[in-house]
Write a protein that binds this ligand. Sequence first.
Ligand code: NAD
Ligand code: ZN
Length: 366
Amino acid sequence: MTNSTILVAETRAEATPTTMWAMQYGGPHITKWAQVPMPVIHDDTDAIVRVDMTTICGSDLHILKGDVPEVTNGRILGHEAVGTVQKIGKGVSTLKVGDRVIVSCITSCATCVYCRQARYGQCINGGGWILGHLIDGTQAQYVRVPFADTSTTAVPQGISDEELLMLSDIVPTGYEIGVLNGQVKPGDVVAVVGAGPVGLSAIMTARLFSPRAIVAIDLDDGRLAQAKKFGADVTINNSTVEPLAAIMAMTDNLGVDVAIEAVGVPATFELATTLVRPCGRVANIGVHGAPVTLHMEKLWGHDVTITMGLVDTSSTPTLLALIAADRLDVSQFATHHFTMDKFEEAYRVFGDAANSGALKVIVTSK
Ligand code: NAD
Ligand code: ZN
């Protein structure tokens, strides 16, 4: 080796960054695009993933409202990403540096009693919803992914990054916690309260089961127009129309078979419980930050099933197969594009969906 090549090698080694840019939580209503230390391998099963594409979730807005008090000041937000593996710990066996992966919003140890039942959201070994919640998340140039082998999905050929990004959280959430928990069946009438990206995911995946009708309910006409595109048959703007009367008129005064709540405030949960017919199912998806009233005095005799849950992302392989087979078009979610240095603007646009028309904002590293 000549002297000049040694010099180049040394310069490159020095150039390895020790800091990166990231979107930090700064307390209720405050975000900060800040320079922070690079994540490092902490446990043998960790990987460091370079974030090529990430996005913002309704849950991030709940965090900013102060609804998720476990999120502490300085926490890097975000739990959705498509990226490239940069480093792996000694215990990582299925990933290698350079692999492209979907980072799931749910981290799974794969061995605990819940993970053994594919209930990854309930992982008791340090997994579950931790990214951008209990540990630093994906709204950054790099992210440390614990249990990397079982908390990422290899990127298949032929599906765009934007589509893959929708599998980090929103589409599995609408499908597992809305449609599967609500047991949507052929011929059902399904109401979805809240037509944000998660509610739209529930609408889109409910169609896989041939319901008789899907009714979308939202305060925002723009979101209701989107709901039609995603497969809703009927839309109700509950700022102007009383949804209960409209639903009863459609269902011989019985109510819907399945009411899916995809907002996360007391009023919409209570609304979902009033729309459901006797023997029907209420599937709550929303992240709640306040107690809700359960009207047992009205519901007790109606044999109603109420479910709630944190997504497991166990459906990711099924959803990937459906996208690959052109049975689901998740590309429609991407409405706005930003580079990471414009992250604060991306939050403003996503948080003002009624005016901006945003569904999912795509934030890329370059
Ligand atoms: P979002 O904020 O983009 O959408 C919420 C929608 O609800 C908006 O279209 C809004 O106009 C509508 N809305 C608000 N108040 C309403 C009301 N009173 N009546 C009717 N509609 C109303 O959020 P999103 O990303 O679609 O997420 C939806 C919910 O799902 C959030 O609570 C989010 O935290 C939650 N979530 C849960 C899980 C889980 O695992 N359970 C995972 C991801 C997201
Ligand atoms: Zn586990």
